[in-house]
Design a protein around this ligand. Structure first.
Ligand SMILES: O=P(O)(O)OC[C@H]1O[C@H](OP(=O)(O)OP(=O)(O)O)[C@H](O)[C@@H]1O
Ligand code: HPA
Ligand SMILES: [Mg+2]
Length: 180
């Protein structure tokens, strides 16, 4: 598996340091608001767990599973809800936790869904951002790292469901996804 990685971009320690910083900012900004923190599965599962452990204010969590990449390194353009939230977002301060914003399609779809369900506010934290690939104009409120225009894996992010368990984020060798 390690042989499939061309280059490590951020190691486990650098990621943990950044997650702590993001959690401190969120704790300060959401003081007294009891946010509903939504993990966008599957990619955000590791970031979500590490993040909330470092947030010091009361919060609630829920999960939503969406998918548009499947077995590809390019978005299909169609965002599918695979699992919806268990609770209502009406009147809630919602914090969406994403692993990566790439084309922006997943997030714009989710923000739209949550606003139509009358969330009081919708805020976004993403660990990784790939601004070069945007097809929809949008930015997160909190961003960990800005990445180059390469397909990356690890720390929750997959290619065809693999590599999510790597504790670091790295560029996947193109030959892994170009070979048939
Ligand atoms: O900005 P975008 O181009 O929409 O890409 C970002 C989204 O794509 C990935 O999810 P994916 O559809 O691969 O599902 P997964 O999290 O289950 O891997 C990733 O985890 C983000 O949710
Ligand atoms: O670079 C990426 N890697 C894994 N999943 C993704 N989903 C959008 N961009 C990426
Ligand atoms: Mg994926």
């Amino acid at each position: 598996m390690l042989n499939d990685i061309q280059e490590t971009l951020y190691d486990a320690e650098q990621i943990q340091q950044k997650v702590r910083e993001l959690a401190e900012n969120i704790s300060r900004d959401f003081e007294g608001r009891n946010p509903l923190v939504i993990c966008v599965l599957k990619g955000a599962f590791i970031f979500m767990a590490d993040l909330v452990k470092n947030v010091s204010i009361p919060l609630e969590i829920d999960f939503m599973a969406v998918s548009s990449y499947g077995q590809s390194t390019k978005s299909s353009g169609v965002v599918k809800i695979i699992k919806d939230l268990d609770v209502s977002v009406e009147g809630r301060d919602v914090l969406i936790v994403e692993d990566i914003i790439d084309s922006g399609l997943t997030l714009s779809y989710l923000i739209d869904v949550l606003e139509r369900r009358n969330a009081k506010s919708v805020t976004v934290v993403t660990l990784f951002d790939k601004p070069a690939r945007r097809t929809v104009e949008l930015d997160a409120d909190y961003t960990g790292f800005t990445l180059p225009d390469e397909f990356v894996v690890g720390y929750g992010l997959d290619y065809a469901e693999k590599y999510r368990n790597l504790p670091y984020i790295g560029i996947l060798k193109p030959e892994v996804y170009t070979k048939s």
